[in-house]
Design a protein around this ligand. Sequence first.
Ligand SMILES: Nc1ncnc2c1ncn2[C@@H]1O[C@H](COP(=O)(O)OP(=O)(O)OP(=O)(O)O)[C@@H](O)[C@H]1O
Ligand SMILES: [Mg+2]
Length: 730
Amino acid sequence: MSHLLEKLNQAQKQAASHMDGPFVVFAGAGSGKTRIITTRIAYLIEHGVRPWEILAVTFTNKAAGEMKERVEAICPEAKRATITTFHSACARWLREFASELGFQTNFSIYDDSDSNKLLKKLLKEANPKGDIPNLLADMKSFLHIVKTNGYFPSDVERLHQEMSHLIPIGGVALYRRYQEELANCNAMDFGDLLLNVLLLLRRNKTVSDILSQRFRHVLVDEFQDTNRTQFEIIRRLSERHGNLFVVGDDDQSIYSWRGATPANIIDFQRTFPGAKKIALEQNYRCSGNIVKAASTMIAKNVNRAEKTLFTEAHEGDSIDLHIESDGEMEAWWVINSIKQERPNFPYDDVAIFYRTNSQSRSLEEALRRENIPYTIFGSVEFYDRMEIKDILAYLKVLVNPNDAISITRIINTPTRGIGAKAVETIERETKSRKLPMMDVIRQLADEKIPRVSPKFRFFVDLMDALKKDLLGRPLPEVIETLLEAIEYPEYLKKKFPDQYIDKTDNIHELGSAIADFAKREPEATLDDWIQSITLVRDRQDLDTVSGVSLMTLHMAKGLEFRRVYLTGIEDGLLPHRNSVEDNQQLEEERRLLYVGITRAKEKLSLTGASRRRTFNNYVVNSPSRFIAELPQETLNVSFAAKQVLDAYRADDEQPDEEYFEHTQEEYSYEPEPEALEKGSSVSHPTYGRGVVEGFETKFGQTKVIVKFYDFGFRKIKASQLNAASSSLDY
Ligand SMILES: Nc1ncnc2c1ncn2[C@@H]1O[C@H](COP(=O)(O)OP(=O)(O)OP(=O)(O)O)[C@@H](O)[C@H]1O
Ligand SMILES: [Mg+2]
């Protein structure tokens, strides 16, 4: 037997060494599904399948990257297999077959903000007096539904039959207009990357023959999260040979809000008659307490396929439960614990999860304050910054001169006296002359319109010169040269004197990103780079990945860490306040918690806060209802958390009165007990110097909230503090 299979149990072996025909592995977290996929790829290659005939897809770039790494470690030839995300695979095929769809190979990929701009413009045209924000929201969710469910604008009849209740007024016509406009810009949005591949597979025999013959084996990880469009792509790609191998877990289906349907995995054998199926029951990832907590809690879901999950691992540490008084304190607690445990858990082995991106701010601040290295995964924020978008828009226009959205972004940035009126003229003329926007600007420049033509001429000449100068250059020089040519630093300095340094730093970071990319992919063009960052958009490509990992629970799927902090375990965040009314959605929140808990190999802490600052208000949250569903013997509840939970249990009916006397509106700190006031300098025998941040009264006792210079936030009894003589500036 192949030595590759040695590290698998009996059921895993059977799956990994299966040769032909459809196969599904349906099993709980940490049971080795991804290990089966990676072993199987190597096994297939060892048994004569050529690497380039293998396609393995998953959902996030990080998961795809890890899978690739794991396979290549056991089988170097696998470098030539396609192991990637759905979106990257599709983008690659679309570059290859763009002309079949009437696109040019250099098409732009529009991110959410680009496509919002385009949609807004079309909505305004169609409803000059309409409530645009509302219409936009309706239209966006409609577009999302149609694109993830495989409907094209030409499927009008099917649309009306199958989802008439979801179509906003004029929605289908607007869908068509939107797709036309994208085509005019030689651009596709994220949804189109998948939808257009499906279009080729459905309607273009040549391309569908080529693609379905290209791959002899198709493998999909996290199959429970495929939407209809992805499912049909996969089905068509594997139709000819039937070698479709999927693994998944319905308990980890967390993307139904994005159109994913776990039915794809549950009904697999019905869709593919003759498909083999195996279940795996042993978890190899987590310690005993973690497996027990996760499986007990997820069993509360009604809509799930019954599964067993056991482990032979020792029960290990208990799961910590901590509830702090507010979000800052929670962050402080987490970061302090990371520091203390460092000898056992080096920073690289630690992850912090949260439900929503906005929770990362206080965590980041605390990490920075303590000089702890960290990486945020899946943060789109960097590429959404104004200065980064400006620079990228220039590069996009150079590569694709039809990209109207990017042209309108840069035509007057830096300021060149081309105002809103002039831009309107360009847009109007682009529409009536039915030409690419850049060509129209060129014509208008020649038409001697007083005042504006010379400005258009300047812009056109500038872009021509840039094109000549930049496109031939080595990638690492591109950004610097561009900045100089358009005098961007001067513009930033003038317009944003206060943020000049930050913004310039960001641009430098972009410069190092392009240099890193050029080193990794020496053959790549500017177009390749733009495409790669549009698809990846994770910050890990900019910084070297090291230190503590921060990410949302959604992003954490499929990954594992020795030490995990799962923050925000509160009603309102987990379950999220938007999901508590609906049972289906509540079950999805429970699955999200299940995913989070099962990422931890050795040690897990659940943390929450009794209130959180949002803008200038505090939102008061009760502890997550899911806490009560965890087996108590697996938990180690901190003193403060116990008080909070007891207070809730004691007065289940009216928890707010017993414990949280303050509502969001009326919440304010209690009057101070001594001569201390906010801003006073104090000292403490253990913590040293600090500054009073506020006061808090609980159970009749007032405590002072102090931010210590060396220890961060602490709540201290006033009697333990001394007023410090001088006030240090900090
Ligand atoms: N037979 C085995 N013996 C020892 N360790 C194993 C075995 N199978 C898997 N593992 C290890 O268990 C951990 C979990 O495996 P893997 O990530 O493949 O699980 P998974 O089912 O894909 O989990 P998830 O549902 O979270 O994606 C990994 O560290 C893996 O290396
Ligand atoms: Mg996995």
